[in-house]
Design a binder for this molecule. Sequence first.
Ligand SMILES: C[S@@+](CC[C@H](N)C(=O)[O-])C[C@H]1O[C@@H](n2cnc3c(N)ncnc32)[C@H](O)[C@@H]1O
Length: 360
Amino acid sequence: MTDPMQELAVPAASAVASPPVANPATAEADELVVAPQEGDERDSSFGDEDDWHSDTTSLASSIVKGRLENGRKYQSLREGEYWGPSDDKQFETMALSHLMYMILDSQQPNNLFHSPIGPNPQNILDIGTGDGTWAVEVADMFPSATVYGVDLYPPPAPWVPPNCIFQVDDVTREWTFRTKFDMIHMRELIGAFSPTELDKVYQSIYDNLQPGGWFEQLEADVRILSDDGSIKEDNVLAQWGPNFLACGERMGRPINAQETMRASFEKAGFTNIQEKLYKCPIGGWAKHKIYKDAGRVSKEHWKAGLEGWAMYLLTKFGAPQPWLPEEVLVYCAQMRQALDDRSVHGYHLTRRVWAQKPLE
Ligand SMILES: C[S@@+](CC[C@H](N)C(=O)[O-])C[C@H]1O[C@@H](n2cnc3c(N)ncnc32)[C@H](O)[C@@H]1O
């Protein structure tokens, strides 16, 4: 069988791809190759986790209860100001995305992060830690370090190593850490910050790093692309990304960090900036085993995440007017059906950027 995948064309970063399935990246990512055969795609074995605890504090019950809206639970610390749910379904989605990134970098010496912090870091911070998996795994990797995970909502982690501390806080407020960090990590915070808040968060990150400390960020692009024309412009998969980029603009909290974060690092004064662009296949269509495995997990991640990503954004910022919850559910069902179409070879981009606070 001939390989239908071609090398990607790479237009400028600022251009919104037209048609939307074209690759908007600025850096080269590996080529994805379609496999001739595809086996069973079901690979999700994540159960619900409905327990959590924090090492440091007891929490007001209103924070733990959160806020219910359209069948989903949202954090209540920053009332109405973060679009993502904080509930079991969304924690399952985060666990799947973590697994996908672990698989994609499974041949790297360290698939949790790329910053060269050496073997003896003392303090590490994970901003927007979500379900806390990354923080727990980094704490296991460096037993001598203290790893802090901060989020608006307590993570559901049923067991936390003694050197991992979860805190409920809003990182757009003043930071009160008494220690400086060897590394600060932030993953999938798209749509969390207005441009002003983002500048403030980057400044806090910079100020709270040791001289020579590292900041690392990883952000996905919400557009679903294909290199072989298998996603036509009228496909619901092709329209998903532009729909949500527009919602982010209307919300005043952009969700295109994949394209803009390198510039944010530069603006904040970081040096030694490095980056890696990933193509994350959606579905088990890729020939290479790592991409096939990552794609299977990614498809489950998308199916688990769709409703949580869409419900808040479309019922508040959908066009031409805010959508009804029922319309969002129908849209998600259409997306799930399209994701199951085996003739489609879709992927999304993710960018990882890591850089250093100057030594002086
Ligand atoms: C999409 S999740 C990603 C979670 C985790 N980093 C991961 O990669 O699985 C984004 C997380 O950032 C948190 N978040 C959003 N705004 C925040 C803020 N201002 N302060 C702290 N956490 C925030 C959300 O509550 C959510 O858990």
